[in-house]
Design a protein around this ligand. Structure first.
Ligand code: ADP
Length: 175
């Protein structure tokens, strides 16, 4: 059986992530979406919240499971018996980062392959960061994330009040 992991922060999960996962789930028998358990300092959602949203997204996908992890990505890949690390590529900037990560991961674990899938053109512009920013400014994000993520974002931004702005990196507004 071929297993792959799809690691990321997923803060929060978007339709761009879902698209990559759907396509990877067709390439491998088992896809494990691994949510990086990073401290929430620079993130909007806690590990538990990010994990819950990802679990909801994949609940009806028979060969996709969701887990959190910390430490090295190659270590979790080895632990799970995965032969590949799946990542998504959108822009040129992604390539440079993914290229460096893939070479480092191959240095650490030569038996594990990095597989980068090109974004679908509808999601070329889509990132968790831009979704968070637009949500903060009350823009319409339906169609970019699952409906429960729309709700979770609204609730989180409301609950955090002024602190939300500190936790969300603004890209489109520059001063
Ligand atoms: P990280 O914080 O490790 O970059 P993310 O949660 O942002 O993780 O993303 C996980 C993976 O999904 C990354 O490889 C990222 O490039 C990819 N990804 C995110 N959004 C898209 C998108 N719209 N199209 C294709 N790939 C995407």
């Amino acid at each position: 059986m071929s297993t792959a992991i799809f690691p990321g922060t997923f803060d929060p999960i978007t339709n761009g992530h879902l698209d990559i996962a759907r396509r990877a789930a067709e390439l491998f028998d088992h896809l494990i979406v691994t949510v990086y358990a990073r401290p929430t300092k620079t993130l909007l959602f806690s590990t538990e919240e990010r994990l819950d949203m990802a679990k909801k997204a994949f609940q009806d996908w028979p060969n996709v499971t969701v887990e959190s992890y910390d430490g090295l990505t190659v270590d979790v890949a080895r632990l799970k018996g995965a032969k590949a690390i799946v990542r998504g590529l959108r822009v040129v900037g992604d390539f440079e980062f993914e290229f460096q990560m893939a070479l480092m991961n191959r240095t650490l674990a030569p038996e594990i392959e990095s597989v980068c899938l090109m974004t679908t053109k509808e999601y070329y512009f889509l990132s968790s960061s831009i979704v968070k920013e637009v949500a903060t400014l009350n823009g319409d994000i339906s169609g970019l994330v699952p409906p429960y993520v729309v709700t979770a974002l609204k609730n989180k931004i409301h609950a955090l009040g002024d602190e939300a702005a500190e936790r969300i990196k603004m890209i489109t507004i520059r001063d």
